[in-house]
Design a binder for this molecule. Structure first.
Ligand SMILES: [Zn+2]
Length: 307
């Protein structure tokens, strides 16, 4: 597999559970459009062509993604659920086109067999109704039944990813003797308490991480003065917010970086060199900041920043 297609698979995994309305975020606005490069995929790309269930990129021997339609009169029920609400399936019974006139039937079946033999994962969408797709993450074709149905079982690169994240969190945790904030619990609370409204306001200003090129849908609306120290008004005040990618959010949230009144970055002396390097942090990095934001940043510099 090339890097573009590997990236697309990772993106499928990242987007698991998301409802995507319209085709714009799957294949671009119109037929000549494609999705722009992003933090997963280095080139213009599409997740699926939305023309038929099987998507085999031109010139490649494998299937890249599959759209399960579950229409009663076409393929029937294909998905055996573990938990439908969490987009978790036990098995998908993927039927190749069955019309004798379909001239791509043979190449579809050959491609599915290629995935099976070479253990290549595929991205899965579920069409819930016209123009509405839910991403089911990744699956792997594990067998071909005698009736020609391919069996897909769930697959995840996550184990590897979890390990990396855990290692990264451990390094920070070791250095982090004072606070033990459970960010994931806090984030859940955020979402309940108007976090989405807060993020929408921030997105009106910019749709990029304040420190790098990462864009929506991968941004976090980070509070400058931490949410649990804020009044309700401060929690929703957009001057108390920064849009950051997940990596830069962790560093800011934990006080490994802050910004001066001109928006110039200050990197904590406690920041491990290796992480500074991995996160691509430059001493000259600057964000745009106004007077009101600086009031909150003052708090961050005083109480949150690790001096
Ligand atoms: Zn970033």
């Amino acid at each position: 597999m090339d890097n573009v297609h590997k990236g697309i698979l990772k993106k499928f995994e990242y987007l698991k559970g998301q409802l995507i309305i319209g085709k714009k975020e799957i294949k671009g606005e119109n037929s000549t459009d494609r999705l722009p490069p992003d933090s997963f995929v280095p080139e213009k790309h599409i997740l699926h062509d939305l023309i038929r269930g099987f998507y085999k990129p031109a010139g490649k021997p494998y299937l890249l993604s599959y759209q399960a339609t579950e229409s009663e009169n076409n393929y029937g029920k294909q998905i055996i659920w573990k938990n439908e609400n969490n987009a978790e399936f036990i098995r998908i019974e993927m039927a190749p086109p069955n019309s004798p006139k379909d001239n791509r039937k043979k190449s579809d079946i050959d491609a599915a067999r290629y995935n099976l033999i070479n253990k290549i994962p595929i991205g899965i969408l579920r069409k819930v109704k016209k123009g509405h797709n839910i991403i089911l993450g990744l699956g792997r074709i594990t067998s071909e039944r005698e009736d020609g149905i391919f069996i897909i079982e769930p697959f995840s690169y996550n184990e590897l990813k979890k390990e990396n994240l855990k290692r990264f969190e451990e390094i920070l945790e070791e250095l982090d003797e004072v606070e033990a904030i459970n960010t994931s619990v806090l984030r859940e609370v955020f979402q309940r308490q108007g976090q989405q409204q807060f993020k929408r306001t921030l997105l009106e200003r910019s749709n990029k991480c304040a420190l790098c090129e990462i864009e929506e849908p991968f941004l976090i609306a980070s509070h400058i003065k931490p949410w649990n120290k804020c009044t309700d008004e401060e929690r929703l005040n957009s001057n108390n917010g920064l849009l950051l990618c997940p990596n830069h959010d962790i560093l800011f949230d934990r006080g490994y970086i802050t910004f001066n009144e001109h928006g110039l970055i200050k990197i904590s002396p406690k920041m491990p060199e290796i992480i500074k390097h991995q996160m691509g942090l430059k001493e000259s990095a600057t964000i745009s900041i106004n007077l009101k934001m600086n009031e909150y940043m003052k708090w961050h510099r005083l109480y949150q920043f690790k001096k």
